[in-house]
Design a protein around this ligand. Sequence first.
Ligand SMILES: Cc1cc2nc3c(=O)[nH]c(=O)nc-3n(C[C@H](O)[C@H](O)[C@H](O)COP(=O)(O)O)c2cc1C
Length: 312
Amino acid sequence: MVDLRVRVGDLTLRNPVMPASGTFSETLSRMMSFERLGALVTKTITAELRGGNPTPRVAEVGRGLLNSIGIPSKGLDYFLEHILPEFEPFSTPLIVSVSAPTAELFAEAVERLDLPGIAGIEANISCPNIEEDGKAFAMKAKSTATVVERLRKTTSLPLWVKLTPNTADIASVARAAEASGADALVVANTILAMSIDVETFKPRLGNIMGGYSGPAIKPIVVRMVYQCARAVDIPVIGCGGIATADDAIEYMLAGASAVQVGTATFVNPSAMLDVIDGLERFCERKGIKRVSELTGMVRDVDMTVDQLETIP
Ligand SMILES: Cc1cc2nc3c(=O)[nH]c(=O)nc-3n(C[C@H](O)[C@H](O)[C@H](O)COP(=O)(O)O)c2cc1C
């Protein structure tokens, strides 16, 4: 028997596998038991009603998916009245993903989520901050600190902070989030990208640019998880291109305590369950008693001084 439990801050999860925000909804319970997952993560909600971006909003490009969904949201009132009760029957910890365009509005939304049935908050700070020229909070350590500090003062719930890969120095953003009171980091959101149809000369997305996800981004995000896990003491949750148990193991070896599965669920709706089963089989085969032993177990390689200097 392998112990699949992992700890993410004060939460103990029955296994390290959960959905990535926006790629999962309560309706999936019709085809899989939510009781098997480590946690449930909602699509990002915003306080106000928001439309999405212009269509087309998704395009398959190479070994990945380009999307510019744009956080459409029916608003917090709707979420509390209609979506939250849908999750009530499940004992699996529910993490609510939240976003807002200013630190103040972020805090107002988070304050309203201190409710029974909500196990934690995932602050999606990869969204535009209107006080910083529309640049995502998580692009800079300073704006990350401002919003996370504000949220930490607002809620005593576990506070996970989801970072953007679209930053020059993710390790310093990770340190700022930790110093400001984050309980865990989710690394990472989608990678800013663009694709053009050469027949029509038009961008494939109505919004021109969008976020890239899926298998193609995995090596980039594994690198970021490695950097973040070395930079902070709080748990890191890996997210980017995970479709199989091997992908999840790679993230854990790089330093992730848990993982999120996103785009893969669109291709294979039971991808998360396959990852859980595969993790168990892997541990059995390797004689590993607790899956948590994998975290950060990547073996050192002999590195030159130059190579070492590139790792913050
Ligand atoms: C269609 C789609 C919608 C998404 N919506 C959200 C969202 O609402 N909030 C969020 O934090 N991330 C959102 N994401 C990003 C995912 O949660 C995840 O960070 C990213 O896709 C990388 O993981 P993956 O390669 O496993 O998909 C979305 C991704 C996709 C593909």
